[in-house]
Design a protein around this ligand. Structure first.
Ligand code: GLC
Length: 734
């Protein structure tokens, strides 16, 4: 047994302590002086112009507004430096004060080199990987003139009916915070003025993922405690990481829309966290305050949003149309306008846009480079989750005679890109079928049949698919969702495999040949029958341009999968919301005990739990140590365990630490992730992994919304998922 030095865990970020200092400061005395000087020269219309963002259109009207200094930003500018520079030239050289424009774009998981969708990337449990991916995305976006991305999206999501679950890092605040910080660091780098850096935008602030029924844009009604403990930690981490901007969300939060919410936008974001950047609204979310019913007119909407802390109005026409008039009529203080202008100019100065307003066309050389494609392959491989592998069916033998590849997604390049794939194009992507062909074409006969469509009821293709599969040694069924079935405004009421795909799968399994199900999807799906009847299941999500190669690497053993779920998979849609860090209730669920919290027609456990994923290696956990077993309220406790690779091949294991506060002044989740680390282990190798738990990890918000560590007993687990692990206890005493 090979021993190596202890691996110290990165515990989850100090995500809940209220700190008055944000991350790396956006404010410098030099910048503030330059803002003062510029602000003193600006007239009211030019000030309001900085608060206005429009969706780019090549029109004389917009060019005129740019010349008059009445637009400060565009989104969706055509992705090439020449066009971006030509528009910028109007602002810099033809307007009175020459204030540069800032271009924003949804670079969610890549610009041209498309990476795994964020939900897939989070399954790697590797924030360093996420930072590297974001850096590549920033480099390619900046080459296209984009210096501000509307990412990372960091909405905690517990309801997979919500299509935007695809865009975030799953259901857990700790993991979400770690990925938020990493993605911000990747986009912004350590110097925002570096021409390859882009300003990040932490979105959607806040609690957008808690939409009732998983229906996009729907009502959110969470307590301040839940808001602070579940939905805000990733945003706090992003601000601590120096995020330059945030985006206010569409939804209301307990009666007050997020785009006019003084609690989140002023008290928490500005006063508690000390955020120094600016907040952009989501698309017309200022104008939608009227539809929400909190503003009776566009003018009222403008006053509410600006006063609460929305600094820029995306495609809303409210600020552009109302603010100057309201100031002139004495209904709105010009100081509020100045405050918003200052925040926006601060980011423009820090990006270096005044010194370098134009994009260097040489940056385009990096787009789709070999280095970027290699990074995308590494990310795709690390994001795959092996859900089932009975009798070690996988990896497949490259020497088999023939393999059947079946399913409506098997030969799709478009769908591997996932939602929000921006400027990515399918011509740069590799489908699963192409990935398999590339890997084994020389030796194995590859048979392909579509079998059916992603949706729809036609079974016409079944016969051909079954006939062909019967000739093969093994069958790979590639099923799931098309790229446009998740993302914005793509909520689903039924989480089963769409269309007749499950019926096709049943026909394939009936043949009696080994069947491997490869899922391509943007959200957790409910597939209980397949989970029972199919011997091997690979969750491949939508992995971007290198999807097909990464899947082939896993299927044929050239990559040992290590990904783990960052969101629970339900058995049936009716179980939703189902998430691991739930409360115990007064009658915790016991499936065979009547008077407990459960369903009478479905087990209470998920199909696959948070943190779950298999490997081709076998890992063993032993020697849990906790010390000291008693600590003071603001002391620290060290938890360690030994993890061994019992298999004969190297593999990564994602070691997780969970706690439970057994009795507190308010109810606590039955488990909370407080640390994790993906560690490589050679065959037979063991590593001691350590955590240090302190007030950031052990605290909670008490009834007075103060962050405190309370005396009492804590349980702790170190293990391979939220459903299992070595258990121990320690106590906090006054
Ligand atoms: C959309 C999305 C937001 C995106 C913005 C600009 O409605 O909600 O995430 O950044 O508009 O495209």
């Amino acid at each position: 047994m090979k021993w190596t030095f202890p691996v110290v865990f990165i515990s989850c970020l100090p995500i809940l302590s209220i700190s008055l200092s944000a991350g790396p400061s956006l404010k410098t005395s030099d910048t503030e002086k330059r803002i003062d000087e510029l602000l003193s020269k600006m007239n009211l219309d030019e000030k309001v112009g900085q608060l206005v963002q429009y969706n780019y259109q090549d029109s004389e009207k917009y060019k005129a507004l740019i010349r008059e200094g009445k637009i400060g930003s565009f989104l969706n500018v055509p992705p090439d430096a020449a066009t971006a520079n030509s528009i910028q030239k109007i602002a810099v050289e033809e307007s009175r004060l020459g204030i540069p424009l800032i271009y924003g774009y949804d670079v969610i998981h890549g610009q041209k080199t498309i990476f795994p969708i964020p939900l897939a990337e989070s399954s790697s449990w590797d924030p360093v990987l996420a930072e590297r991916n974001a850096r590549v995305a920033a480099r390619e976006a900046a080459a296209c003139g984009v210096r501000w991305t509307f990412a990372p999206m960091m909405d905690i999501a517990r309801d997979p009916r919500w299509g935007r679950i695809a865009e975030g890092a799953g259901e857990d605040p700790c993991l979400g915070a770690a990925f938020a910080r990493a993605r911000v660091a990747g986009f912004q780098g350590n110097d925002l003025s570096n021409p390859e850096s882009v300003a990040a935008c932490a979105k959607h602030y806040a609690a957008y993922g808690a939409a009732e029924g998983g229906r996009d844009y729907n009502t959110v009604d969470v307590s301040e405690k839940t808001l602070r403990e579940v939905y805000l930690p990733p945003f706090k981490a992003a601000v601590d990481a120096g995020a330059a901007t945030l985006m206010s969300a569409f939804n209301e939060i307990g009666g007050m829309p997020a785009s006019a919410n003084p609690l989140t936008l002023t008290r928490i974001l500005r006063q508690e966290w000390g955020f120094e950047g600016f907040v952009v609204s989501d698309w017309n979310s200022v104008g939608e305050l009227i539809s929400h019913g909190v503003a009776a007119s566009p003018g009222e909407a403008g006053i509410l949003a600006l006063s609460a802390g929305v600094d820029m109005d995306m495609e809303g026409n409210i600020y552009q149309g109302q603010l100057a008039r309201l100031v002139r009529e004495g209904k709105l203080s010009e100081k509020l306008v100045d405050q918003a202008v200052r925040r926006i100019l601060r980011v423009k100065f820090r990006l270096g846009l005044f010194e370098k307003p134009y994009t260097d066309t040489n940056l385009a050389k990096s787009i789709l480079s070999k280095e970027h494609m290699a990074q995308a392959l590494d990310a795709a491989r690390k994001s795959i989750v092996l859900l089932k592998n009975d009798k070690k069916l996988l990896p497949l033998n490259k020497g088999m005679k023939s393999i059947a590849v079946v399913g409506p997604l098997a030969d799709s390049r478009k769908d591997v890109l996932g939602s929000w794939s921006g400027r990515g194009s399918e011509e740069n992507a590799v489908s699963v079928l192409e990935g398999i062909r590339e890997k084994i074409v020389q030796s194995v006969k590859i048979l392909y049949s579509r079998g059916c469509d992603v949706t729809g009821s036609s079974r016409e293709g079944f016969k051909d698919a079954v006939k062909l599969a019967a000739q093969a040694d093994a069958v790979v069924a590639v099923l799931g969702e098309s790229a446009d079935m998740s993302g914005e405004a793509e909520s689903r009421s039924d989480l089963g495999l769409p269309g007749v795909q499950e019926d096709l799968l049943k026909e394939l399994v009936k043949i009696g040949k080994p069947v491997i199900l490869v899922l391509m999807n943007g959200r957790p799906l409910a597939f209980s029958w397949a989970a029972e009847q199919v011997p091997a299941i690979v969750e491949s999500w939508q992995l971007g341009v290198q999807h097909g190669r990464a899947v082939a690497d896993v299927l044929f053993g050239d990559w040992n999968p290590a990904g783990k779920l960052t969101v629970s998979f339900p058995r049936v849609t009716g179980q939703v919301p189902i998430y691991y860090n739930h409360k115990n209730t007064g009658r915790p669920s016991q499936d065979n005990v009547k008077w407990t919290s459960k369903y009478i027609d479905c087990p209470s456990t998920p199909l696959y739990p948070f943190g779950y994923g298999l490997s081709y290696a076998t890992f063993k956990y032993q020697d849990l140590k906790i010390g000291p077993e008693t600590i003071a309220p603001y002391g620290t406790v060290k938890v360690s365990a030994v993890v061994s690779n019992l298999g004969n091949r190297a593999g990564d294991e994602i070691v997780q630490l969970y706690i439970r506060d057994l009795a507190a002044s308010m109810t606590r989740p039955v488990k909370e992730l407080k640390g994790f680390k993906r560690i490589p282990l050679g065959p037979g190798e063991s590593k001691t992994v350590e955590f240090v738990l302190g007030s950031d990890e052990l605290g909670l918000y008490n009834p007075r919304m103060e962050w405190v560590v309370e005396p009492g007993d804590f349980q702790v687990w170190v293990g391979p998922s939220s459903a299992e692990g070595l258990a121990g206890q320690f106590r906090v005493v006054e």
